[in-house]
Design a binder for this molecule. Structure first.
Ligand SMILES: *[C@@H]1O[C@H](CO)[C@@H](O)[C@H](O)[C@H]1NC(C)=O
Ligand SMILES: *[C@@H]1O[C@H](CO)[C@@H](O)[C@H](O)[C@H]1NC(C)=O
Ligand SMILES: *[C@@H]1O[C@H](CO)[C@@H](O)[C@H](O)[C@H]1NC(C)=O
Ligand SMILES: *[C@@H]1O[C@H](CO)[C@@H](O)[C@H](O)[C@H]1NC(C)=O
Length: 344
């Protein structure tokens, strides 16, 4: 008991210290007396149209510590003092699984006006959670300033039958983000994640080829979930019964990995946010072969290592069959969304 109290106290002291440091650095950069510091601060980019609506915040608050702090056991007075609120999401990353939803959420969180829900909440796809009601959902959201927007991601939303109607009932104008990758690669990545789960439990698992192909017909097995999830247009069509196509934005998950900034700028524009994510915020880590995120001079973050798994070798004939299988669905998806990818 005493130990946890001490731990909490220590955490708060640390937080206060880092807040103080952050505010100081921020002030120094903001005042502009040290021009050299200017490009270091993501907050000091040129001013966008809604600049005055985005509260100026200490550098530290973006790193999430503040949110976690308030999610902990802060008094009501402290929350009110900072006018923090828990808001329903104004944008949701609805999928797709293995498309890069986590990377997208983390990268969008670089934006000072965006606050992420760290956990996948599974509110709309899980009947039990959904039964707890909208107020339960809202209370799962992080604290934010009123002018910030909250974003959550749950990739199962995209493929779950009931979800579009449920989200529509919450807010029929909510913005929907879908991050996709080339469908065959995505299916193999999906399989790889399941395989690793089995391996961790020392269980054997089928080869990808066996699952993805029907043994009798030697055709693609459309009952296999990893294949079905990659038929993007089928799922999207269910969503379009509730939302107009303009309410969706498609993110290129393959490009987000190699060239994140232009993809993020498209999302900023879709969300009507001033362009605030800059090259400063994303640096390439050669050891990882992946971009890391820089929130400010003191805080940066690399995505978890498990996000870049190596895929098993898949029989090229099976890959070719899958390419051919997905092709017409992809064409339809491009036609509906107005975004075309260089997929086979
Ligand atoms: C939070 O506060 C309540 C009452 O103020 C206390 O009973 C509880 O132990 C606290 N929890 C933590 C994790 O500090
Ligand atoms: C619904 O979502 C739109 C788009 O993000 C947002 O502008 C609006 O404030 C939301 N409405 C409510 C009630 O949250
Ligand atoms: C899996 O097998 C290895 C070696 O046979 C063993 O060391 C490990 O404890 C096993 N793990 C589980 C979760 O059973
Ligand atoms: C780059 O990645 C390596 C390996 O994951 C990690 O140990 C290192 O801290 C990273 N460097 C930076 C500057 O983020």
């Amino acid at each position: 008991m005493l130990f946890t109290q001490q731990a909490v106290l220590r955490q708060r002291l640390l937080l206060l210290a880092s807040l103080a440091l952050g505010s100081l650095l921020y002030l120094v950069a903001r005042v502009g007396s040290l021009d050299r510091l200017q490009p270091l601060s993501p907050i000091d980019g040129h001013l966008g149209p809604h600049e005055d609506q985005i509260p100026l915040r200490a550098l530290q608050s973006k790193k999430g510590i503040l949110n976690e702090f308030y999610n902990g056991n802060t008094s009501q007075e402290q929350i009110q003092l900072h006018s923090l609120v828990q808001q329903l999401p104004k944008a949701i990353i609805i999928g797709v699984r293995k498309g890069g939803t986590r990377a997208l959420l983390e990268m969008l969180n670089l934006h000072p006006a965006v606050v992420k829900a760290s956990q996948e909440i599974h509110f709309f796809d899980n009947d039990e959670n959904y039964g707890k009601g909208m107020e339960w959902y809202r209370r799962k959201m992080p604290f934010s300033y009123p002018h910030q927007i909250t974003i959550e991601k749950s990739p199962a939303y995209f493929i779950t039958e009931e979800v579009p109607e449920r989200i529509y009932k919450m807010n029929s104008s909510v913005k929907l983000l879908i991050i996709v990758r080339e469908p065959t690669t995505r299916a193999i990545s999906d399989y790889t994640q399941v395989l690793e789960g089995k391996e961790r439990k020392n269980k054997t698992y089928y080869k990808f080829e066996k699952l993805a192909m029907d043994a009798k017909s030697c055709e693609v097995n459309t009952k296999y979930k990893a294949v079905r999830t990659s038929i993007y247009t089928k799922h999207l069509e269910r969503w379009l019964k509730y939302f107009p196509v303009e309410q969706f934005h498609i993110v290129d998950g393959d490009r987000l990995i190699t060239e994140p900034l232009p993809e993020l700028q498209l999302v900023e524009s879709f969300l009507n946010l001033p362009a605030r994510i800059s090259p400063y915020n994303l640096y390439f880590n050669a050891t990882r072969g992946f971009f890391c995120l820089r929130f400010n001079i003191v805080f940066n973050k690399c995505l978890a290592g498990s996000k870049g798994r190596t895929h098993p070798e898949v029989n090229p004939a099976v890959v070719a069959k899958l390419h051919k299988f997905f092709h017409p669905f992809n064409q339809k998806f491009f036609q509906i969304t107005g975004r075309t990818f260089n997929w086979p």
